[in-house]
Write a protein that binds this ligand. Sequence first.
Ligand SMILES: Cc1cc2nc3c(=O)[nH]c(=O)nc-3n(C[C@H](O)[C@H](O)[C@H](O)COP(=O)(O)OP(=O)(O)OC[C@H]3O[C@@H](n4cnc5c(N)ncnc54)[C@H](O)[C@@H]3O)c2cc1C
Length: 284
Amino acid sequence: MPAEPPVVTPRSLAEAYELLGGDPFRPIAGGTDLMVQITGELGEPPERVLDLWRLDELRGIRLANGDALAIGALSTYTQIRRSPLVGEHLPALAEAAATIGAAQIQNRGTLGGNVVNASPAGDTLPVLLAADADIVLGSRRGERTVPAADFWTGYRKTARAEDELVLRIVFPLRPGRRTRFRKVGTRRAQAISKVVMALAYRSDGGVWRDVRVALGSVAERPIRVPETERVLEGAAPRQSVADHAAATIAGEISPIDDVRSTADYRRAVSARILHRMLREEGGW
Ligand SMILES: Cc1cc2nc3c(=O)[nH]c(=O)nc-3n(C[C@H](O)[C@H](O)[C@H](O)COP(=O)(O)OP(=O)(O)OC[C@H]3O[C@@H](n4cnc5c(N)ncnc54)[C@H](O)[C@@H]3O)c2cc1C
């Protein structure tokens, strides 16, 4: 095992930006992903580590301008699960947080870490896609916002530059929108997803509108399924529509066989999860 890399702990965001603007640093938040990578057995180990834990600017869950929910990158899963604001406005995220690891990981792992780690199996990522979240990045050059839809660019690749930090994730609040989440793994806890799905929509005059269906663990990055969304958009909640949507999603995704699951299983489970969510939401 290599020697531990040096760790620097900035006390302010400005100091963190200065450090990141110089020699390359790997940020560390809860460390639940990074510490697994530190030996170098799973990719390039970090040469220098920048500890974000004292940056209060990256904390807090609050309403922004009354029409968005802003969640600081350092928010832990426990904080997300306990947040009345998340419970009220984005229950799917609280549900996702509740399925991650177990208590130890939920007390330490952060939303920002999940977002930047960019695993295709990252459980919160489909929720961000379904809820049209924006990811706010900061560096010495200022702040910029990247829609979640543009953030994960390939296998474990993101739109973040090396000197940028994720500051917060912002979810627009849409009146009447409902969000749902479902994860299928080998066990109820400490399970990496075989399939993870988030659904968002609102009911309008007896039909589904603004439908978003997002999945993890079925492609090299978290994805939305536009063909399936088109089947549901403007449709009435009926069994025949759910049947059509389930058949469409099974044909639309191209999952891989890997150690956790087979492509056939993932396809069948994705169709089944979507069908069940639609049935539960439609109330038939
Ligand atoms: C036992 C175990 C069980 C797990 N179970 C699950 C699970 O069920 N579902 C799941 O999705 N994940 C799971 N994970 C993975 C991990 O816990 C999550 O991805 C977690 O959200 C990572 O957050 P962190 O704060 O620990 O990130 P860290 O390990 O600190 O960082 C992860 C990556 O993000 C970067 N980073 C972190 N914060 C920022 C920031 N603000 N700005 C820029 N870069 C940043 C780091 O440089 C690093 O590359 C599990 C991990 C373990 C060890």
